[in-house]
Design a protein around this ligand. Structure first.
Ligand code: NAD
Length: 257
């Protein structure tokens, strides 16, 4: 698994930011992008998890750094982009992936502060990110942005109004940004994973609930972060050069039902 041994890496000389790269889908995506030759900046609030991601990448011969970033704060995105360009000389790929599940409960009982927090991280965080990322990408000659939505961006579920609303918003934001920059060599797409076995899910739910959720996917299991990372890689690479403003489900058939 030596990164440097690979020839013809798809992302050679590319610079990538992965938000929420300290765990789960973000970590797997960061590792895969680095394996294809990208220099990766992990942007996350979790210092320990992020350092582990960086170590995994550098131990395999890849290039990565961690820049502590709270994606719900615009100024932190501004600094993140500044420091990324300072360190690696440009910005070509972003996976806006940081997100939280938030509290559970019906709308009539949903905590207002919980709503505000989920919207701040899962929706506003993606807007703040692109707001600073896009000018840097334009200066770098263009690139590809992959926003992490969810199946809950196209269908609802009970007790997660803030999450569902934020993810639906990410799709609209993705399409709009895609239209605005399509003729300037920046592609913007969104991904909709079904339920993926990550700490976001496994820390929040007990085994019986996880089994029941797995059974809701026609493939009959939860997805893995590595499976989602493959789609992030494809959308980040020039192999998807005619794809923009799109939303791709990766959900074991969940939304086909
Ligand atoms: P995870 O909890 O394993 O990882 C999320 C990472 O985001 C963590 O490292 C966390 O520290 C970081 N993060 C949280 N808030 C942040 C903030 N304000 N600023 C910076 N970083 C922050 O979760 P995951 O399952 O890998 O989720 C990643 C993304 O995928 C999320 O956007 C999530 O909504 C989405 N998603 C997950 C699933 C699933 O079933 N796990 C399904 C669909 C979509």
């Amino acid at each position: 698994n030596k990164i440097n041994n690979k020839k013809m890496n798809a992302l050679e000389n590319k610079v990538a930011i992965v938000t929420g790269g300290g765990s789960g889908i973000g970590r797997a995506s960061a590792i895969l992008l680095a394996t294809e030759g990208a220099k990766v900046v992990i942007a996350d609030v979790d210092v320990e998890g992020s350092q582990e991601t960086v170590t995994k990448i550098t131990a395999a011969g890849g290039e990565a750094i961690f820049i502590k970033t709270d994606t719900s704060k615009p100024r932190e995105h501004e600094l993140l982009v500044e420091q990324t360009v300072e360190k690696y000389g440009g910005l070509h790929i972003v996976c806006n992936n940081a997100g939280i599940g938030g509290p559970l409960g019906p709308v009539g009982e949903y905590p207002i502060d919980g709503w505000d927090k989920v919207i701040a991280i899962n929706l506003s965080g993606v807007f703040y990110g692109m707001h600073y990322q896009i000018p840097a990408m334009l200066k770098s000659g263009g690139g590809s942005i992959v926003n992490m939505a969810s199946i809950l961006a196209i269908v609802g579920t009970r007790n997660s109004s803030a999450y569902v609303s934020a993810k639906h918003g990410v799709i609209g934001l993705t399409k709009t940004a895609a239209l605005e920059y399509a003729d300037q060599n920046i592609r913007v797409n969104a991904i909709g994973p079904g339920y993926i076995s990550t700490p976001l899910l496994t820390n929040a739910l007990d085994d019986d609930t996880l089994k029941a959720i797995a059974a809701m996917h026609p493939i009959g299991r939860l997805g893995t972060s590595e499976e989602v990372a493959e789609l992030v890689l494809w959308l980040s690479s020039s192999k998807s050069s005619f794809v923009t403003g799109a939303y791709y489900t990766i959900d074991g058939g969940y939304t086909a039902q």
